[in-house]
Design a protein. Structure first.
Length: 752
């Protein structure tokens, strides 16, 4: 008797169970069966080596091409280098002091090779691979497995190759008790879906491609439906909550602001503004996403919404992802408002309110004053970082929350906000993002929000051109890049140099873009932390280690530039570890033109607005995500002079990293880039805040390719939740939701 939630140990024995648990976090029979093959190797076909990514743990089916042996230079011992090929591209596997392998790794033999992909002198390598030969004197079980037409290839880990996982899965499938199907028969028939036990069997041990297809379709459906049921429940709950209405008031602060606006609103700004105004006046909370490219004028829209709420005697909070950005927002809101922001001050307008800035690391006295203004209601507008939600800041009466730059702010944080207006009312919520969102993503990640978009740009923006600077092949181009920066500065402009790491003692801390209170962005940080760690290892180990060097750091690069290629220019440094005052001072100096070149982490990624900056060099550009690069380059070309963005990278030509950079350089179409980003991030865990490694993440469903499934599931979920909000009559579905949304999150949902 073996059920899905039974532990693995009685089935597989302690050794295998421990390996699965520690390498992949799989502890139950269900966990293992939900660890789906990443792909299938087909008999007679070799794996495409060109598609491999550095740092990935891969299993490839390849053929031995040639083998050579040499002595190590710096220490005793020998290296056996085995070149394997897919027929077109090849890969080197290096073995230390294992010359005996020469006897079995004979040219022309085929086998599975598993290990981490590294780059060494521009060549891809598999470091310390494990392998299983499929010809010669080999493990019969593996060969038999392969006699089936399709061999599953699992996401694997060091010490736990794909073929060991396959063996464990087979053992489980030999003795399991088929689980009951959570999907009602009626739904299964309506959408012609396979039963769950069949789907699980076929995904692991298919007898051909049709079985794989049927299994995938069913498993995708389950994931899509679970997500959509969760979202439908959220929408129902949050839409039903009461909110306080903020009707527009004639002759108030909003009218006064509109009268002194120095430009005409674009049609888009006006139309979105009207939708928002109507919703703010309603008795249920607005939950709206405003999407618009960098520079499309979202801030004005948000400010007008906030003023409508202030006119109704309530407060509006604006949340930014970093302290730098919060400070900048506060400053630009005050500037735009002029004397309308000088409430209670001499010379302030009669209608005026106050803009309070509240960040995690403010000096105590300043923070206390801000908190007082917020609590008393003197500050109609409160700008802060996400710390605003975490701390128990008390508002006099919070009516609206504006969240800027959504891509760092998840569904859960939004839920947390909805309880901030009081026991039984929700604030209105306006979320703003500059990352264009494909429809499927809008239906899932933002499935709890209505979506509006600003499609046109205000007049007077300049084009940005982007080039890749491939330092591996063309080192001279880097000199040219610094020269370009000198030229721009000589012409009276300014420059950014962006690095992935802060520097000094952070080599194994995940601080690539750490601002003290940046709550999300874990995927990026995870990535750079990994880079930093492997870099450390590389520094210690031998000539043959192909691990990467640590990412370039702000403090180090700034020092090098100051002494070398940019000597004589005024260089400033900005990163998340600086005290808030220093950050602010640097930003001010840069905005005032007192700093020529700002060397910074991704703290400049969002919202920073210095129109005189015309060139940006992004160092180790391959370490950043596509959307992030797009955001970053949005910092230049904000004035009348054209912008230039240089993506500096050592990634060898032809690698996936390099192709991604070429893609960013080739288009300014944010939509296209958002798609690409999604594809490359493998979508991670789109539901929750953890972007990587959560067991409950979507495994099978692709937001890019499965639009039909998502749309059908959304409609179905809506119907089910309409008639049975708590899913009490759909126990199977309720269980599916619980499996996807892990337990504390489900609890969270109930609270809101
Ligand atoms: P976003 O937040 O969408 O990146 P901003 O709101 O910061 O964009 O706007 C970018 C710049 O364009 C700001 O300087 C803003 O004052 C200006 N702007 C906004 N709307 C208009 C408009 N309708 N006409 C002209 N300039 C505008
Ligand atoms: Mg903005």
């Amino acid at each position: 008797m073996t059920a899905l939630d039974d532990p693995l140990e009685p089935v597989l024995g302690a050794k295998s169970a421990t390996a699965l648990e520690s390498a992949l976090g799989l502890s139950t029979v269900g966990d293992l069966l939900r660890h789906y093959p990443r792909r299938y190797a087909e008999r007679g076909e070799l794996t495409d080596i060109a598609g491999l990514e550095v740092d990935e743990h891969v299993t490839v089916l390849a053929k031995v091409q040639r083998v050579s042996k040499r002595r190590m230079r710096n220490r005793p011992g020998s290296i056996l280098e085995v070149r394997i090929t897919d027929g077109k591209h090849d890969l080197t596997c290096a073995f230390f002091n294992q010359a005996w392998r020469e006897r079995e790794l004979l040219p022309e033999r085929r086998g599975l090779f598993a290990g981490k992909v590294t780059a060494f002198r521009g060549q891809l390598q598999l470091s310390h691979p494990e392998y299983q030969l499929l010809e010669g004197d080999v493990d019969q079980a593996v060969v038999e497995e392969f006699a089936a037409a399709l061999l599953p290839v699992y996401p694997s880990a060091q010490g736990l190759p794909s073929w060991s996982i396959a063996r464990c899965v087979r053992q489980v499938l030999d003795i399991w008790d088929e689980p009951s199907d959570p999907l009602p028969d009626e739904l299964r028939q309506r959408f012609s879906l396979a039963g769950l036990p069949d789907a699980l069997r076929w995904i692991h041990r298919p007898d051909g491609w049709p079985a794989v297809q049927a299994a995938r379709q069913r498993l995708k459906w389950d994931e899509a439906l679970a997500v959509q049921l969760t979202l439908a429940q959220r929408r129902k709950l949050s839409g039903a909550r009461p909110a306080r209405p903020n009707p527009r008031r004639a002759g108030g602060i909003l009218d006064a602001f509109d009268q002194r606006l120095p430009f005409a609103l674009t049609d888009g700004q006006r139309a979105v503004g009207e939708d928002i105004a109507a919703e703010l006046a309603g008795e249920h909370p607005m939950n709206r996403l405003l999407q618009g490219e960098v520079g499309s004028g979202k801030t004005v829209v948000a400010l007008r919404a906030m003023l409508q709420v202030v006119d109704a005697g309530r407060q509006a909070a604006m949340l930014a992802p970093t302290e730098v950005l919060a400070a900048q927002h506060a400053r630009s809101l005050r500037e735009m408002l002029g004397d309308l922001a000088q409430g209670g001050e001499l010379g302030g307008s009669e209608l005026a309110t106050r803009v309070a800035l509240l960040t995690g690391s403010m000096p105590a006295a300043q923070r206390k004053q801000a908190l007082l203004d917020v609590a008393s209601g003197a500050a109609g507008i409160v700008v802060g970082t996400h710390a605003l939600i975490q701390d128990r800041v008390s508002f006099a009466e919070l009516g609206l929350v504006v969240v800027d730059e959504q891509h760092r702010f998840g569904v859960e944080q939004r839920d947390a906000l909805r309880t901030r207006a009081g026991e039984d009312v929700s604030p209105h919520v306006l979320v703003m993002t500059a990352t264009p969102i494909p429809r499927t993503v809008a239906m899932t990640v933002y499935g709890d929000l209505e979506v509006s978009a600003l499609r046109e740009m205000p007049a007077g923006r300049s084009p940005i051109s982007t080039s890749v600077v491939p330092v591996a092949e063309k080192p001279a181009w880097l000199d040219r890049a610094w020269q370009r920066i000198r030229e721009e500065v000589a012409a009276g402009h300014q420059a950014y140099v962006v690095c992935p790491r802060i520097g000094d003692d952070d080599s194994d801390v995940d601080v690539a873009d750490a601002d003290t209170d940046d709550t999300a962005g874990s995927a990026r940080r995870g990535k750079s932390a990994k880079g930093a760690k492997s870099g450390k290892k590389a520094a210690k180990s031998s000539e043959s280690d192909g691990d990467r060097r640590p990412p370039l750091a702000v403090t180090e690069v700034a020092a090098l530039l100051a002494e070398g290629p940019l000597a004589g220019l005024r260089i400033g440094v900005l990163h998340g570890r600086l005290p808030a005052d220093d950050k602010d001072a640097v930003m001010r100096a840069f905005a005032a033109g007192e700093v020529d070149v700002l060397v910074a982490t991704t703290v400049v990624e969002v919202g920073v607005n210095v129109p005189n900056a015309t060139v940006m060099a992004i160092m180790d550009a391959e370490r950043f995500g596509v959307s992030q690069l797009h955001q970053l380059r949005g910092r230049v070309g904000r004035g009348s002079a054209p912008g230039l963005c240089l993506l500096v990278s050592e990634a060898p030509a032809g690698t996936a990293s390099r192709e991604r950079l070429d893609a960013v350089a080739s288009t300014l179409d944010g939509f296209e880039l958002a798609r690409l980003d999604l594809e490359l991030r493998r979508e991670g865990d789109i539901l929750g805040e953890a972007q990587s490694g959560r067991k409950s993440g979507l495994k099978m469903l692709s937001l890019l390719r499965d639009e039909d499934v998502i749309a059908e599931a959304r409609q179905t979920a809506q119907q089910v939740v309409e008639s049975d909000p708590e899913l009490t009559r759909h126990q199977g579905l309720a269980a599916m939701v619980a499996e996807l949304v892990d337990e504390d999150r489900a609890e969270y949902l109930e609270k809101t």
